[in-house]
Design a protein around this ligand. Structure first.
Ligand SMILES: [Zn+2]
Length: 215
């Protein structure tokens, strides 16, 4: 009699609601389709997000940003087929200007790393992922919340299996691997280039630029 293999579990840690859809959604969907139990973790509520679609740049949207982003996350969760959890921190916003303005008081990027990691350690000990993904040291792009997402992921990954750290947040669990998935490596650029060059268009026409094919 063979044992039923344990379901594999993947945790994808993101900074804001929408990052799960714009960064790695194809990967999480693929693993869900393969039977992996996937949890998206969202560090902040995305309260300081900007409205990029001019049709949505209306006062009732801007004033209800948190509620709208929660509703969008509900939909993303359904479409991707993932679980999802909020860490509950407040969006730092993307500082713009020269010199850059100070970060707003109480935002995620100003939280100390231990405080930021604690709810993530709790989630890791509860969900017990085999693999965790996060952004690289530069955040994939230099948004302070994305860099902080990296920081708390690394601290939590290192601490979750250690019974002496973060007592009272559940049974220790050490995930096996931590991957950074938003880096700009030569391998990634080469793979994108080869996909562009080698894969023909949907009608069998010779391959064109990535942008032409809507990738
Ligand atoms: Zn983001």
């Amino acid at each position: 009699m063979s044992e039923t293999p344990e379901t594999l579990r993947l945790m994808a840690v993101h900074a804001h609601p929408d990052d799960e859809s714009s960064k790695g959604a194809a990967t999480t969907s693929r693993y869900v389709a393969e039977g992996v139990d996937v949890m998206v973790v969202t560090c902040t509520g995305g309260e300081r997000g900007s409205v990029l679609n001019p049709k949505l740049d209306r006062p009732e949207i801007v004033e209800n940003m948190s509620e709208i982003r929660r509703a969008e996350m509900d939909r993303a969760r359904e479409i991707l087929g993932v679980r999802q959890a909020w860490l509950g921190f407040v969006d730092s916003g993307l500082p713009e200007g020269d010199p850059l303005p100070p970060l707003p008081e109480g935002c995620f990027a100003l939280v100390d790393a231990q405080t930021g990691a604690e709810p993530l350690v709790r989630l890791i000990r509860e969900f017990r992922p085999h693999v965790v993904t996060t952004y690289d040291e530069n955040g994939g792009y230099p948004h302070p919340d994305h860099i902080m997402c990296h920081t708390v992921s690394v601290v939590a990954f290192d601490a979750a299996g250690d019974p002496d750290r973060f007592p009272g947040t559940g049974e220790p669990w050490q995930p096996l691997k931590l991957y950074y998935h938003m880096g700009f490596s030569k391998e990634r650029i080469t793979a994108l280039h080869e996909a562009r060059v080698l894969v023909p268009g949907p009608d069998g026409s010779p391959a064109r630029g990535v942008a032409d094919r809507g990738l």
